[in-house]
Design a binder for this molecule. Structure first.
Ligand SMILES: *Cc1c(COP(=O)(O)O)cnc(C)c1O
Length: 369
């Protein structure tokens, strides 16, 4: 195990999955656990399945393939609207996909028929956040068309808030969504088994509302992985928020001024940072960078502050003045860092289960000398 790595506590992820599943089941809501924040990592997917969630969702076909090839035993859902050029893979890799374009659903249906499969379709409706979704007024005609297609089965209706514009799922917004579902069923004389109301941003609403209405399903990533809801990053009672730890190795420790000297242009990443004058401070350089972590989604667990970061060097103000070259600094991780660290070919992924560590070499392992 080298110094710089991301530690993944599989027991905590399993615990979070189990706890949320039980909390939501009490409100009549099933969960598809979302694995895109961890690149569909099979060890993490298995921990979630051990926690009792047997439906996994991801935005990327590569991640679905990764989990399937690893033999993860679950139902798979593609979250991002399918690429028309990849419908054959969608049918092969996903049991269900979330859709907004009739022409793409037609392609899916044709490929499913050719492959002798039945592909599940959930139609996404625009709920105010303005990312993917059919405008409500156009929904009835599309639902009618999809219902007649052979090769696909209309499994239900979904909506997605928070992700692009931070629009909050309130009783008002979610009530309108439920009414839309009621009206569709009544007007078209159909039943929609799955009513998928959103993501980790729906947590506070689910736990506090008097009426979940028609919502019986949520797609949950961040809350399971990081133990917080996603509108205000509030910790969820009973969940672990430290399943992931980024660890960086210290490569330089020196006392230096807190403000730069000389004429300043933009830095390596196009920023012009303002530096407070704190006199001489203890500065430590950690072997982590923008290629591995995200600056606004990382917090040292020691008494230190992040000064800044380039592609491969992170500068810390070591307030406690305790760090030495070769030390390992542990950081709390938010979603931006989680995603980047799991994607980075340089990051060693180190899995912990029952207190035992199993290190997996990074994709781009340095040659052993
Ligand atoms: C990413 C995503 C989710 C999960 O979001 P979290 O905030 O991680 O819970 C759910 N649905 C869709 C469509 C997504 O793209």
């Amino acid at each position: 195990m080298t110094g710089t790595r991301i530690e993944i506590n599989l027991d905590r992820i399993e615990h979070n999955a189990r706890t949320l599943r039980e909390q939501y089941a009490g409100r009549g809501i099933g969960i598809t656990a979302v694995t895109k924040g961890v690149c569909g990592d099979p060890a993490i997917a298995r921990a979630i399945v051990r926690g009792g969630i047997r439906s996994l969702g991801d935005s990327r076909l590569e991640n679905l393939r990764r989990m399937r090839l690893a033999g993860v035993d679950a139902e798979f859902m593609l979250l991002r609207p399918p690429r028309p050029s990849r419908v054959a893979q969608v049918v092969a890799l996903a049991d269900i996909s979330l859709n907004t374009e009739l022409e793409v659903v037609r392609l899916l249906a044709a490929h499913a028929r050719a492959a002798g499969r039945m592909h599940g379709v959930i139609l996404m409706v625009e709920g105010g956040d303005l990312r993917e979704g059919i405008m409500p007024r156009n929904l009835p005609e599309i639902v009618e068309q999809v219902a007649t297609l052979k090769g696909v089965r209309l499994r239900g209706i979904g909506t997605n808030l928070v992700c692009l514009n931070g629009v909050v799922p309130t009783d008002e917004v979610m009530g309108a969504f439920s009414r839309l579902v009621d009206n569709l069923e009544r007007d078209l004389d159909i039943t929609l088994p799955v009513v998928s109301g959103g993501n980790s941003g729906n947590h506070n609403w689910v736990m506090s509302t008097e009426r979940v209405g028609r919502v019986n399903h949520l797609r949950i990533g961040e809350a399971i992985l990081l133990g917080h809801e996603s509108t205000r990053r509030q910790r969820i009672e009973g969940l672990a928020s430290d399943a992931f730890t980024v660890i960086g190795e210290v490569v330089e420790v020196k006392d230096k001024p807190s403000r730069p000297r000389g004429e300043q242009a933009l830095n390596a990443l196009g920023r012009r940072p303002e530096r407070e004058d704190l006199g001489t401070i203890r500065r430590a350089i950690v072997a982590l960078g923008e290629q591995d972590v995200a600056l606004n989604a990382l917090r040292p667990r020691i008494n230190a502050r992040i000064v800044g970061m380039c592609s491969d060097q992170l500068v810390l103000y070591d307030r406690g003045a305790t760090l030495q070259v070769g030390d390992a600094v542990a950081f709390d991780v938010a979603y931006g860092t989680l995603m980047r660290a799991m994607t980075s070919p340089y990051m060693e992924k180190c899995y912990l289960r029952h207190g035992e560590a199993v290190a997996i070499a990074p994709v781009m392992a340095a040659a052993k000398v």
